[in-house]
Design a protein around this ligand. Structure first.
Ligand SMILES: [Zn+2]
Length: 353
């Protein structure tokens, strides 16, 4: 089987690292064992990631989030933030954890500029076990004001997704509302800083306004086409068309609830096949105007575990199993290489300084 370099555009590593003490430098199975022993196995589901599994899958790069959880949406005893100042503190703690992991583990390296991206790809071509880390803010509440965009840029943040829930800046897919006045300023600040904009989780009206106002690089790090899964959280055809027109990328989520709107937790992983991901890839390509605009954004461990993912995927090490299914669907190897990772790398080149 061809081992395509994979780019995974969405992983909440530091959030889980701090809240659930998941040290992603270890194997997903080691993390599971620890959680099982501590009686905490159910809290976040079966862990799907660890550096060993990422390397096994040939993941070249991950977009690692600074994701903060508002107290109003916290479940399972998770501590959430009550004010934006608290959100900022939480994001800084997550950033600190990434700094520590990257300082201690030579297998992980920042990708903050084209030179770092090129160096990473050269190392990988020579067989080095290295994974690039791109910082992505999910939920802009951790910026107390739009002026702080520059500060996060200096820390290495290269992509911002303003929404998660309805926050100080924007409505969300679950709580529809337009951009706020501060949101309009934030969009301008993101553009001026040269940061990529991730529309995932935004309400339709906030997305439309963002397309009008923002001329920089656009993506969706993790969402599937609404034409296939009719949920507000997934992307309408016009948003995918816009991503295509602007040479952006939409990351497909190989997660059961985002692949089949009738899927319920109790249905388990066997209810959904990886073939649904092929369908999501094809539908996205059709609506965006080509496979060039399609990538992967797994969101594995994003509040669920392996029990909520297609039956062929026990950890991220199984993600390469998608490639032969894409071949079966008649897609050319070069195109598959783009979907697995090449398209995100192209897009990053336009974002990175
Ligand atoms: Zn998300």
């Amino acid at each position: 089987m061809d081992r395509y370099p994979i780019v995974d555009a969405h992983e909440d590593l530091a959030f889980n690292g701090l809240l659930y003490a998941r040290d992603y430098r270890r194997s997903a199975y080691a993390i599971r064992e620890d959680e099982h022993r501590a009686g905490a196995a159910d809290r976040r589901g079966r862990c799907m990631l660890g550096v060993p599994e990422l390397l096994q899958a040939n993941v070249a790069m991950v977009f690692a989030t600074l994701y903060t959880l508002p107290q109003s949406r916290a479940e399972k005893g998770e501590p959430g933030y009550r004010t934006q100042a608290e959100a900022r503190e939480a994001a800084l703690r997550q950033f600190g954890l990434y700094e520590q992991w990257l300082a201690e583990d030579p297998r992980l390296g920042w990708v903050r500029c084209r030179d770092e991206l090129t160096a990473l790809r050269e190392d990988q071509a020579e067989g080095a076990e290295r994974i690039g880390v791109v910082l992505l803010i999910e939920n802009a509440d951790c910026l107390v004001s739009p002026d702080e965009v520059e500060e996060w840029y200096a820390r290495g943040v290269r992509i911002i997704g303003p929404a998660w829930h309805r926050n100080a800046y924007t409505g969300s897919s679950g709580e529809p509302a337009p951009l706020t006045a501060a949101g309009e300023q934030l969009i301008t600040a993101i553009e001026q800083a040269g940061i990529g904009l991730d529309i995932s989780h935004m309400s339709d009206e906030a997305m439309r306004r963002t397309f009008e106002r923002y001329a920089g690089p656009i993506c969706s790090s993790h969402a599937n086409p609404r034409a296939m899964v009719d949920q507000p959280r997934q992307l309408p055809g016009w948003a995918l068309a816009e991503i295509g027109q602007r040479d952006g990328v939409a990351g497909i989520m190989p997660v059961n609830w985002a692949l089949d709107s009738s899927w319920k937790q109790g249905d388990g992983k066997d209810a959904v096949s990886l073939r649904r991901v092929v369908e999501a890839v094809q539908t996205t390509a059709k609506l965006a105007g080509g496979y060039r605009y399609v990538g992967l954004g797994t969101d594995f461990d994003g509040g669920f575990g392996a029990e909520s993912c297609p039956r062929e995927l026990e950890t991220i090490a199984d993600l390469p199993r998608l490639a032969p299914l894409l071949v079966e669907a008649g897609i050319e190897p070069e195109t598959i290489a783009g979907v697995m990772g090449g398209n995100w790398m192209r897009w990053l080149h336009t974002v990175l300084p």
